[in-house]
Write a new protein. Structure first.
Length: 121
């Protein structure tokens, strides 16, 4: 779940019965008011959530902003993911250049486990 902590808009919590179950069961009070016939869609879920919060804001608690520790962990996790993507891109680029300019290298090391000859996923 992504939080908008930098904005001045309050972020509220809603349970799984609010949008997903509304479309399937139609059992709760919010679902009865917001029941929509037809296919389930992200737009329809957003409309249901907006209407539920508009009419029943008092029944939902606002989420607190992330702590400094949580923000630091998010930054580190994002940096780690960027590093993995950069490593994969560099690996694939090197493999591509070797295949184009020195294909014998890849065939010579094809049996090596976890080496440059294997595509990285």
């Amino acid at each position: 779940m992504t939080r908008r902590t930098a904005s001045s808009s309050p972020v509220t919590e809603s349970g799984p019965a609010t949008a997903a179950s509304c479309a399937l069961t139609g059992g709760s009070r919010e679902c009865y008011r917001a029941a929509v016939a037809g296919r389930k869609s992200d737009h329809g879920d957003a409309v249901v959530l907006a209407n539920v919060l508009r009419t029943d804001l008092h029944a939902h608690r606002p989420l607190s902003a992330d702590s400094e520790l949580a923000q630091a962990i998010a930054v580190l996790a994002r940096a780690q993911q960027d590093a993995v993507w950069d490593r994969t891109a560099a690996h694939n680029k090197l493999r591509s250049h070797l295949r184009e300019y020195f294909p014998g290298f890849l065939t010579a090391f094809a049996a090596a486990k976890g080496g440059i000859a294997e595509p990285e996923e």
